[in-house]
Design a binder for this molecule. Sequence first.
Ligand SMILES: Nc1ncnc2c1ncn2[C@@H]1O[C@H](COP(=O)(O)OP(=O)(O)OP(=O)(O)O)[C@@H](O)[C@H]1O
Ligand SMILES: [Mg+2]
Length: 235
Amino acid sequence: MKSDFISTVSHELRTPLTSIKGYIATLLHPATKFDGATQRDFLQIMNREADRLSGLISDLLEVSKIESQKFRMNPSLQDLMIIVRKMVEKYRQLHQKHSFELTGPDCLELEIDGAQIEYVLHHLLSNAVKYSPKGGKIEVQVQPVDEKIYVSVRDQGVGIPFDEQEKIFDRFYRVDNRPTRWAYGWGLGLFIVRKVVEAHGGRIWVESVLGGGSRFTRTLSSQNSMDTLQKKGLG
Ligand SMILES: Nc1ncnc2c1ncn2[C@@H]1O[C@H](COP(=O)(O)OP(=O)(O)OP(=O)(O)O)[C@@H](O)[C@H]1O
Ligand SMILES: [Mg+2]
């Protein structure tokens, strides 16, 4: 398992590096001259690949923190809706091809780790956008029911085959089908998301129809008081 992990990571690190090295070698080749615009194109590709490498390294560090039990939450009393509204607004500004809808209460104060809540939402929204390349509606819903709060992100994208809906939460698992092969990613996002949600004492699952969109729902306990988190060793 460990050596599998190392070989997967090495492979994933090598792919963007090979591309960066390729462009550098091309630019440095003494026999070829490129105009300013082409050089800029090459530099932009190299910049994007470097960003991907740095994204992968951040995700790997997150995975290593989670797996070494050094993962700590920093809960404080916060309005969940402020965080959710901020994230939805950010995505609305960045992705004009999609329309974003948010439903939920005006305000919902809870003991939460704001940064971790943002991470999960950001990740679910980024998947919703990435896997609905034709655009469409993305609905975010916050629904308090009894002792729980349900937070869901629903898209109208490519969907996930039924027999892979559990596997997508595994480390490095990506669905290999035509509509998603072009989409860039490591298959680490949902693995980290599930760990973070569980550390908050919640659950996350997906409902999806191939070709008919997906809905990811996470739960949060409305009794997320400092007390309960400390009893779980997470405070
Ligand atoms: N909203 C979605 N619609 C359709 N497929 C999805 C959706 N979210 C996730 N998936 C599938 O689950 C797989 C795992 O998702 P995950 O977020 O863990 O990794 P990723 O997006 O491929 O890469 P990254 O590590 O950059 O997040 C994806 O590769 C994709 O096949
Ligand atoms: Mg992802």
